[in-house]
Design a protein around this ligand. Structure first.
Ligand SMILES: [Zn+2]
Length: 284
């Protein structure tokens, strides 16, 4: 059963330390450097996530986005390849109509296609990714300036297994907590596009109510992951650590485990001052 969903504007700011995103996150897009620097950051993140050696994405899999300013975002164009992404493969979109579409229950698949054309700042730009809606909503969360969605091989082994929810809700080792948080958002399999964007929104809102913090990692059952961050490094670190944790989970499961950290051990790692220092360094 999902908890009641708050409006983000009315949601109280968490009172405890929120190390995962906030420690190193600038507070506004203007702190993120020039538009060209942000575009360069998006291309850097995309090429790192698409690196074939990492097995996070092949061919046209995955998508990335960055906050350009208060009104606009840049997102990977549909069908483009992360590993070789160029500025021509990135589409700048208006954010407000995308957020409004999430609330419009009457929107059809046809309306959705039309919307992805009309939100383009440059009408000649390529059509943005079908997942642009969840990117737009996630970029509206406090401290989230970049979003990386991938299909990592090791993580999908777990997300396509009956143990997927265990992997989301429990933790195996301290560095997993430092870089992926004390828990991940778990999203049951949902049709891509508008239905998935609405499910991601609802599950993240419930997570924020339950955990009093913005999540670092969202796990999409039988699909892939979404890493949230304020910098290229923080999204990369979260993705790399999720991939390592999944490989450890699968290995531990093969040997009769996993043997999870207790809730008190996990909470201790999440609140240790020396771990906060490490988080800031790794997320910078
Ligand atoms: Zn995907």
């Amino acid at each position: 059963m999902l908890l009641p969903i708050p409006t983000l504007n009315n949601h109280p700011q968490p009172t405890k330390i929120r190390p995962h995103l906030m420690a190193s996150s600038p507070t506004s897009p203007s702190d993120q450097g020039s538009r060209s620097q942000r575009m360069a950051g998006l291309l850097d993140l995309s090429r790192q996530l698409g690196d074939p050696a990492k097995s996070f994405c092949i061919l046209g899999e995955g998508n990335t986005s960055i906050e350009v300013d208060e009104k606009c975002m840049a997102v990977k164009a549909s069908g483009s390849v992360l590993a070789s992404l160029t500025e021509a493969d990135v589409t700048v979109c208006q954010r407000a109509p995308l957020l409004a579409a999430l609330e419009d229950r009457s929107l059809s698949d046809g309306d959705m296609k039309a919307l992805l054309e009309t939100v383009k700042v440059d009408p000649e730009a390529r059509r943005p990714s079908i997942e642009t809606l969840f990117h737009a909503w996630l970029l509206s969360l406090p401290g989230v300036h970049l979003v990386g969605h991938t299909h990592p091989l090791a993580v999908n082994q777990v997300l396509c297994s009956p143990r997927a929810r265990d992997f989301a809700e429990r933790r195996l080792f301290p560095d997993e907590i430092v870089l992926c948080g004390t828990a991940s958002v778990f999203v049951p399999y949902t049709d891509p596009g508008l239905p998935l964007a609405r499910e991601v929104r609802d599950r993240v809102k419930s997570f924020i109510l339950q955990h009093d913090t913005t999540p670092r990692l969202i796990l999409l059952q039988n699909h892939g992951i979404i890493a949230l961050g304020s910098t290229v490094s923080s999204v990369m670190a979260c993705t790399l650590m999720a991939d390592k944790a999944a490989a450890i989970f699968a290995g531990a499961a093969a040997m009769g485990g996993p043997n999870f950290l207790t809730a008190s051990h996990a909470e201790r790692i999440a609140t240790r001052p020396d771990e906060h220092v490490r988080q800031r360094r790794l997320n910078a």
